[in-house]
Design a protein around this ligand. Sequence first.
Ligand SMILES: Cc1cc2nc3c(=O)[nH]c(=O)nc-3n(C[C@H](O)[C@H](O)[C@H](O)COP(=O)(O)OP(=O)(O)OC[C@H]3O[C@@H](n4cnc5c(N)ncnc54)[C@H](O)[C@@H]3O)c2cc1C
Length: 301
Amino acid sequence: MQKLINELEEAQIGTILVEEPMSNHTTWKIGGPADLFIEPTDKYKLAHSLKVIKKYQVPWIVIGKGSNLLVRDQGIRGVVIKLSEGFSHISFHDNEVTVGAGYSFIRLAVMAGKEGLTGLEFAGGIPGTVGGAIYMNAGAHGSDVSRILKDAEVLLENGDLVKYKPEELEFAYRTSLFQTRKAIVIEATFQLTHGDRKEIAKQMATHKDRRRLTQPLTMPCAGSVFRNPPGDHAGRLIESAGLKGLKVGGAQVSEKHANFIVNCGNATAQDVLTLIEQVKQTIQERFHVTLVPEVLVLGEG
Ligand SMILES: Cc1cc2nc3c(=O)[nH]c(=O)nc-3n(C[C@H](O)[C@H](O)[C@H](O)COP(=O)(O)OP(=O)(O)OC[C@H]3O[C@@H](n4cnc5c(N)ncnc54)[C@H](O)[C@@H]3O)c2cc1C
């Protein structure tokens, strides 16, 4: 590991942190340390970092804002690559917007609205990055990434930079090609439609109000914990089973939204995992439905 660190330092790839607590990089504010945590300053430094990491055969993972991640308490062995400032450019051309993968998805929605472009209103409450949104095919209010993506620039494990069209990305409910083929999204272009600024702002405000009313946004969480089973809502099932408020250690099924688990202050990843298992088991027994987590679990227990 020390040789890898030295080589990354020599190449001045950007921020390099050893034993960085992942609780600093997840919206749940949970997670043990990553052996190595890096924030490359641009795509060339990123490509070089990946080359060096591969040379030393160290495992790696890329993250955005950690808004869909549960990192286990013993942390992550290997390198965590975070795309942040160096991947936060944005430019508009007619009805299209090209944006770095580290750009905030919420901010993108706001900026598009200000430009009078419609299509991204659904993203106004999804607190991740553009890269994370593509990986997850993030969506809400009847829309998702797959409907507006024009193309995505991607760094493959072998170091090639390629552009993908949406039809190549195997988009479906909260999933994309990248969940089975490891790669790093570095930039995306979205195709929007010219619309009315006031109407767009109104629509986004309505979505925001609804979220404030129905979601525990003042507490650390990771959005919906479970995928919705076909034809139903995980939250409805969990609420019907009387599980709102159920607590394990510092983790609690939200009183406000049954498909959210909140960190009451001192939750461990193990608390959350135990609570997830209890919820799954109850829903299986009560309704014969197998809930599948939407949040991604990383690292060692
Ligand atoms: C309050 C709240 C509300 C939410 N509401 C919604 C909602 O309405 N709809 C919805 O879909 N989600 C929602 N989420 C979940 C979450 O915001 C989304 O899944 C989001 O797209 C994750 O983006 P991220 O940057 O945080 O990714 P992370 O959580 O950091 O990572 C998620 C996955 O994406 C991968 N990834 C991240 N960046 C890249 C990249 N550049 N290239 C390749 N892979 C990458 C990671 O490896 C990881 O596997 C909500 C979360 C919260 C906390």
